[in-house]
Design a protein around this ligand. Structure first.
Ligand SMILES: NC(=O)c1ccc[n+]([C@@H]2O[C@H](COP(=O)([O-])OP(=O)(O)OC[C@H]3O[C@@H](n4cnc5c(N)ncnc54)[C@H](OP(=O)(O)O)[C@@H]3O)[C@@H](O)[C@H]2O)c1
Length: 267
Protein backbone atom coordinates (compact mmCIF):
# COMPACT_ATOMS: atom_id res chain seq x y z
CA UNK A 1 0.00 0.00 0.00
CA UNK A 2 1.12 3.59 -0.56
CA UNK A 3 2.78 5.56 2.22
CA UNK A 4 -0.62 7.16 2.83
CA UNK A 5 -2.46 5.33 5.62
CA UNK A 6 -6.21 5.59 5.38
CA UNK A 7 -8.75 4.55 8.01
CA UNK A 8 -10.99 1.66 6.91
CA UNK A 9 -14.05 3.89 6.47
CA UNK A 10 -14.52 7.54 5.48
CA UNK A 11 -17.36 10.07 5.30
CA UNK A 12 -18.98 11.30 2.04
CA UNK A 13 -20.59 14.73 1.65
CA UNK A 14 -22.16 14.84 -1.83
CA UNK A 15 -25.65 16.41 -1.67
CA UNK A 16 -25.15 17.70 1.87
CA UNK A 17 -26.37 21.29 1.81
CA UNK A 18 -23.96 23.66 3.60
CA UNK A 19 -25.97 24.00 6.85
CA UNK A 20 -26.49 20.24 7.21
CA UNK A 21 -22.95 19.62 6.05
CA UNK A 22 -21.42 21.58 8.96
CA UNK A 23 -23.51 19.63 11.50
CA UNK A 24 -23.02 16.22 9.85
CA UNK A 25 -19.25 16.59 9.51
CA UNK A 26 -18.93 17.73 13.14
CA UNK A 27 -21.00 14.72 14.23
CA UNK A 28 -19.00 12.37 12.00
CA UNK A 29 -15.71 13.54 13.53
CA UNK A 30 -17.15 13.20 17.05
CA UNK A 31 -18.22 9.63 16.26
CA UNK A 32 -14.77 8.75 15.00
CA UNK A 33 -14.53 9.32 11.23
CA UNK A 34 -11.17 10.79 10.26
CA UNK A 35 -11.43 10.88 6.46
CA UNK A 36 -13.81 13.43 4.94
CA UNK A 37 -14.56 13.47 1.21
CA UNK A 38 -15.72 16.62 -0.56
CA UNK A 39 -15.35 18.15 -4.04
CA UNK A 40 -15.36 21.51 -5.76
CA UNK A 41 -18.54 20.42 -7.53
CA UNK A 42 -20.39 19.69 -4.26
CA UNK A 43 -20.35 23.39 -3.34
CA UNK A 44 -19.88 22.52 0.32
CA UNK A 45 -16.10 22.79 0.79
CA UNK A 46 -16.67 25.94 2.88
CA UNK A 47 -19.04 23.97 5.15
CA UNK A 48 -16.50 21.18 5.55
CA UNK A 49 -13.93 23.88 6.39
CA UNK A 50 -16.30 25.42 8.92
CA UNK A 51 -16.86 22.05 10.59
CA UNK A 52 -13.15 21.20 10.78
CA UNK A 53 -12.29 24.61 12.16
CA UNK A 54 -14.77 24.06 15.01
CA UNK A 55 -13.11 20.76 15.99
CA UNK A 56 -10.08 20.73 18.24
CA UNK A 57 -8.73 17.58 16.67
CA UNK A 58 -5.12 17.64 15.47
CA UNK A 59 -4.98 18.40 11.73
CA UNK A 60 -2.51 15.54 11.22
CA UNK A 61 -5.16 13.05 12.34
CA UNK A 62 -7.56 14.09 9.60
CA UNK A 63 -7.60 13.07 5.96
CA UNK A 64 -9.32 15.76 3.93
CA UNK A 65 -9.96 14.97 0.28
CA UNK A 66 -11.32 17.21 -2.44
CA UNK A 67 -11.73 16.88 -6.20
CA UNK A 68 -11.07 19.16 -9.13
CA UNK A 69 -14.23 20.09 -10.98
CA UNK A 70 -14.36 18.75 -14.54
CA UNK A 71 -13.92 22.22 -16.04
CA UNK A 72 -10.86 22.92 -13.85
CA UNK A 73 -8.48 20.35 -15.27
CA UNK A 74 -6.40 22.71 -17.41
CA UNK A 75 -3.08 23.45 -15.65
CA UNK A 76 -3.81 27.10 -14.75
CA UNK A 77 -7.21 26.15 -13.34
CA UNK A 78 -5.76 23.19 -11.42
CA UNK A 79 -3.43 25.60 -9.60
CA UNK A 80 -5.84 28.49 -9.05
CA UNK A 81 -8.91 26.41 -8.15
CA UNK A 82 -7.00 24.29 -5.62
CA UNK A 83 -5.82 27.46 -3.91
CA UNK A 84 -9.46 28.57 -3.71
CA UNK A 85 -10.48 25.16 -2.34
CA UNK A 86 -7.85 25.55 0.38
CA UNK A 87 -9.23 28.97 1.28
CA UNK A 88 -12.78 27.56 1.50
CA UNK A 89 -11.55 24.60 3.55
CA UNK A 90 -9.46 26.94 5.73
CA UNK A 91 -6.50 24.60 5.29
CA UNK A 92 -2.82 24.85 4.41
CA UNK A 93 -2.99 21.58 2.48
CA UNK A 94 -5.39 18.82 1.46
CA UNK A 95 -4.38 15.22 1.97
CA UNK A 96 -5.83 14.00 -1.32
CA UNK A 97 -6.59 15.92 -4.51
CA UNK A 98 -8.54 13.95 -7.12
CA UNK A 99 -9.29 14.35 -10.80
CA UNK A 100 -13.06 14.02 -10.30
CA UNK A 101 -13.93 12.77 -13.80
CA UNK A 102 -11.61 12.24 -16.77
CA UNK A 103 -13.83 14.51 -18.89
CA UNK A 104 -12.40 14.24 -22.41
CA UNK A 105 -12.87 17.93 -23.22
CA UNK A 106 -10.74 19.13 -20.28
CA UNK A 107 -8.57 16.26 -19.05
CA UNK A 108 -5.07 16.14 -20.56
CA UNK A 109 -3.15 13.42 -18.68
CA UNK A 110 0.34 14.93 -18.90
CA UNK A 111 -0.65 18.56 -18.31
CA UNK A 112 -3.35 18.00 -15.67
CA UNK A 113 -1.20 15.62 -13.63
CA UNK A 114 1.89 17.82 -13.96
CA UNK A 115 0.01 20.74 -12.43
CA UNK A 116 -1.25 18.47 -9.64
CA UNK A 117 2.35 17.30 -9.05
CA UNK A 118 3.44 20.93 -8.78
CA UNK A 119 0.89 21.36 -5.96
CA UNK A 120 2.52 18.42 -4.16
CA UNK A 121 5.94 20.10 -4.53
CA UNK A 122 4.45 23.33 -3.16
CA UNK A 123 3.10 21.47 -0.09
CA UNK A 124 -0.53 22.28 -0.91
CA UNK A 125 -1.45 18.68 -1.67
CA UNK A 126 -0.08 15.56 0.02
CA UNK A 127 -1.26 12.92 -2.47
CA UNK A 128 -2.70 12.80 -5.98
CA UNK A 129 -5.58 10.49 -6.83
CA UNK A 130 -8.12 9.95 -9.59
CA UNK A 131 -11.78 9.08 -9.76
CA UNK A 132 -13.95 7.30 -12.31
CA UNK A 133 -10.90 6.03 -14.17
CA UNK A 134 -10.92 2.79 -16.18
CA UNK A 135 -7.85 0.49 -16.24
CA UNK A 136 -6.89 2.01 -19.61
CA UNK A 137 -7.05 5.56 -18.25
CA UNK A 138 -5.09 4.47 -15.19
CA UNK A 139 -2.35 2.92 -17.34
CA UNK A 140 -2.03 6.17 -19.23
CA UNK A 141 -2.03 8.33 -16.07
CA UNK A 142 0.52 6.15 -14.24
CA UNK A 143 2.83 6.31 -17.25
CA UNK A 144 3.00 10.12 -17.24
CA UNK A 145 2.51 11.23 -13.64
CA UNK A 146 5.69 12.29 -11.80
CA UNK A 147 4.17 11.45 -8.42
CA UNK A 148 2.47 8.27 -7.20
CA UNK A 149 -1.28 8.09 -7.84
CA UNK A 150 -2.55 6.65 -4.58
CA UNK A 151 -6.19 5.81 -5.30
CA UNK A 152 -9.01 5.47 -7.79
CA UNK A 153 -12.39 6.46 -6.36
CA UNK A 154 -15.15 4.52 -8.11
CA UNK A 155 -18.75 3.49 -7.56
CA UNK A 156 -18.71 0.23 -5.61
CA UNK A 157 -21.48 -1.67 -3.82
CA UNK A 158 -23.08 -5.14 -4.10
CA UNK A 159 -24.75 -4.09 -7.39
CA UNK A 160 -21.41 -2.96 -8.85
CA UNK A 161 -18.75 -5.36 -7.67
CA UNK A 162 -15.73 -3.90 -9.49
CA UNK A 163 -13.77 -7.20 -9.56
CA UNK A 164 -11.46 -6.14 -12.38
CA UNK A 165 -10.76 -2.75 -10.80
CA UNK A 166 -10.17 -4.29 -7.37
CA UNK A 167 -7.54 -6.58 -8.87
CA UNK A 168 -5.92 -3.82 -10.93
CA UNK A 169 -5.55 -1.55 -7.91
CA UNK A 170 -4.23 -4.32 -5.67
CA UNK A 171 -1.58 -5.11 -8.27
CA UNK A 172 -0.59 -1.45 -8.46
CA UNK A 173 -0.58 -0.92 -4.69
CA UNK A 174 -3.35 1.67 -4.88
CA UNK A 175 -6.46 2.20 -2.79
CA UNK A 176 -9.95 1.59 -4.11
CA UNK A 177 -12.13 4.26 -2.50
CA UNK A 178 -15.72 3.05 -2.78
CA UNK A 179 -18.26 5.77 -3.54
CA UNK A 180 -22.03 5.26 -3.25
CA UNK A 181 -21.25 2.25 -1.01
CA UNK A 182 -24.90 2.14 0.12
CA UNK A 183 -26.06 2.04 -3.51
CA UNK A 184 -27.28 5.60 -2.94
CA UNK A 185 -29.64 4.50 -0.17
CA UNK A 186 -30.92 1.43 -2.08
CA UNK A 187 -29.33 -1.17 0.20
CA UNK A 188 -32.69 -2.09 1.71
CA UNK A 189 -33.84 -3.21 -1.76
CA UNK A 190 -31.12 -5.87 -2.03
CA UNK A 191 -32.67 -9.13 -0.71
CA UNK A 192 -29.32 -10.80 0.02
CA UNK A 193 -28.35 -7.90 2.32
CA UNK A 194 -31.73 -8.03 4.06
CA UNK A 195 -31.30 -11.73 4.81
CA UNK A 196 -27.78 -11.28 6.20
CA UNK A 197 -28.83 -8.22 8.21
CA UNK A 198 -31.63 -10.22 9.84
CA UNK A 199 -29.20 -13.00 10.79
CA UNK A 200 -26.69 -10.59 12.32
CA UNK A 201 -29.33 -8.23 13.79
CA UNK A 202 -27.79 -5.25 12.07
CA UNK A 203 -28.70 -2.92 9.19
CA UNK A 204 -28.41 -3.61 5.46
CA UNK A 205 -26.15 -0.56 5.29
CA UNK A 206 -23.71 -2.16 7.72
CA UNK A 207 -23.69 -5.39 5.71
CA UNK A 208 -22.85 -3.53 2.50
CA UNK A 209 -20.05 -1.56 4.17
CA UNK A 210 -18.59 -4.61 5.92
CA UNK A 211 -18.57 -6.54 2.62
CA UNK A 212 -16.77 -3.66 0.86
CA UNK A 213 -14.16 -3.48 3.65
CA UNK A 214 -13.75 -7.27 3.60
CA UNK A 215 -12.58 -6.96 -0.01
CA UNK A 216 -10.07 -4.28 0.96
CA UNK A 217 -11.81 -1.16 -0.37
CA UNK A 218 -12.54 1.97 1.65
CA UNK A 219 -16.21 2.97 1.71
CA UNK A 220 -17.14 6.64 2.12
CA UNK A 221 -20.89 6.55 2.96
CA UNK A 222 -22.77 9.84 3.06
CA UNK A 223 -25.29 10.34 5.85
CA UNK A 224 -27.10 13.34 7.25
CA UNK A 225 -28.36 12.56 10.75
CA UNK A 226 -26.61 11.05 13.74
CA UNK A 227 -28.44 7.68 13.46
CA UNK A 228 -27.16 6.94 9.96
CA UNK A 229 -23.71 8.42 10.64
CA UNK A 230 -23.32 6.18 13.69
CA UNK A 231 -24.92 3.10 12.08
CA UNK A 232 -22.41 3.28 9.22
CA UNK A 233 -19.40 3.77 11.50
CA UNK A 234 -20.41 0.75 13.57
CA UNK A 235 -20.08 -1.46 10.49
CA UNK A 236 -16.43 -1.61 11.61
CA UNK A 237 -17.58 -4.02 14.35
CA UNK A 238 -19.55 -6.33 12.05
CA UNK A 239 -17.86 -9.65 11.31
CA UNK A 240 -19.44 -11.28 8.25
CA UNK A 241 -19.24 -15.08 7.84
CA UNK A 242 -17.70 -16.71 4.80
CA UNK A 243 -21.16 -17.71 3.58
CA UNK A 244 -22.38 -14.10 3.85
CA UNK A 245 -19.45 -12.96 1.71
CA UNK A 246 -20.09 -15.72 -0.84
CA UNK A 247 -23.78 -14.83 -1.01
CA UNK A 248 -23.05 -11.15 -1.76
CA UNK A 249 -20.26 -12.09 -4.18
CA UNK A 250 -22.78 -14.17 -6.12
CA UNK A 251 -25.27 -11.31 -6.71
CA UNK A 252 -25.87 -11.17 -10.45
CA UNK A 253 -27.64 -7.80 -10.70
CA UNK A 254 -25.22 -5.14 -11.87
CA UNK A 255 -26.38 -1.51 -11.79
CA UNK A 256 -24.33 1.63 -12.21
CA UNK A 257 -26.14 4.43 -10.39
CA UNK A 258 -23.82 7.37 -11.16
CA UNK A 259 -23.30 7.59 -14.90
CA UNK A 260 -23.39 11.16 -16.18
CA UNK A 261 -23.40 11.53 -19.97
CA UNK A 262 -20.55 13.29 -21.81
CA UNK A 263 -18.10 13.30 -18.89
CA UNK A 264 -18.17 9.53 -18.15
CA UNK A 265 -15.43 7.40 -19.66
CA UNK A 266 -16.11 4.35 -21.88
CA UNK A 267 -16.67 1.87 -19.02
N1 LIG B 1 -16.11 10.52 -7.22
C1 LIG B 1 -17.36 10.58 -7.62
O1 LIG B 1 -17.65 10.78 -8.80
C2 LIG B 1 -18.44 10.37 -6.62
C3 LIG B 1 -19.74 10.09 -7.05
C4 LIG B 1 -20.71 9.86 -6.07
C5 LIG B 1 -20.38 9.92 -4.73
N2 LIG B 1 -19.10 10.24 -4.35
C6 LIG B 1 -18.72 10.31 -2.91
O2 LIG B 1 -19.19 9.14 -2.23
C7 LIG B 1 -20.04 9.53 -1.16
C8 LIG B 1 -21.10 8.48 -0.91
O3 LIG B 1 -21.88 8.21 -2.05
P1 LIG B 1 -23.39 8.73 -2.24
O4 LIG B 1 -23.60 9.95 -1.47
O5 LIG B 1 -23.63 8.75 -3.71
O6 LIG B 1 -24.30 7.56 -1.70
P2 LIG B 1 -24.33 6.50 -0.50
O7 LIG B 1 -23.36 6.84 0.54
O8 LIG B 1 -24.27 5.15 -1.13
O9 LIG B 1 -25.82 6.69 0.03
C9 LIG B 1 -26.27 7.85 0.64
C10 LIG B 1 -27.76 7.65 0.92
O10 LIG B 1 -27.92 6.58 1.85
C11 LIG B 1 -28.64 7.05 2.99
N3 LIG B 1 -28.07 6.41 4.19
C12 LIG B 1 -26.93 6.72 4.83
N4 LIG B 1 -26.70 5.90 5.86
C13 LIG B 1 -27.75 5.04 5.90
C14 LIG B 1 -28.08 3.96 6.75
N5 LIG B 1 -27.29 3.58 7.74
N6 LIG B 1 -29.25 3.29 6.50
C15 LIG B 1 -30.05 3.66 5.47
N7 LIG B 1 -29.77 4.67 4.62
C16 LIG B 1 -28.64 5.35 4.84
C17 LIG B 1 -28.43 8.56 3.01
O11 LIG B 1 -29.51 9.17 3.66
P3 LIG B 1 -29.32 10.40 4.69
O12 LIG B 1 -28.48 11.43 3.97
O13 LIG B 1 -30.72 10.83 4.95
O14 LIG B 1 -28.63 9.88 5.90
C18 LIG B 1 -28.40 8.87 1.51
O15 LIG B 1 -29.71 8.94 0.99
C19 LIG B 1 -20.59 10.87 -1.64
O16 LIG B 1 -21.22 11.59 -0.61
C20 LIG B 1 -19.35 11.50 -2.19
O17 LIG B 1 -18.52 11.98 -1.14
C21 LIG B 1 -18.13 10.43 -5.28
Amino acid sequence: MPELKLPRIGFGTWKLKPKDCVKSVIKAIEIGYRHIDTAQMYRNEHAVGEAISQETIDRKELIIATKLAIWRLRPGSVLSSTKKSLQRLKLEYVDILYVHWPAPIFYRPKKTLKAMSQLVDEGKVKYIAVSNFTPKLLDEALAVCEKPIVANQVEHHPWLQQREMREYLQQHDMYLIAYSPLARGNVKKIPELKQIAENHKCSEAQVSLAWIMHHGAIPIPKATGEDHIRDNFESLNLQLDEEDINLIDSIKTQKRLVNPPIIRPKW
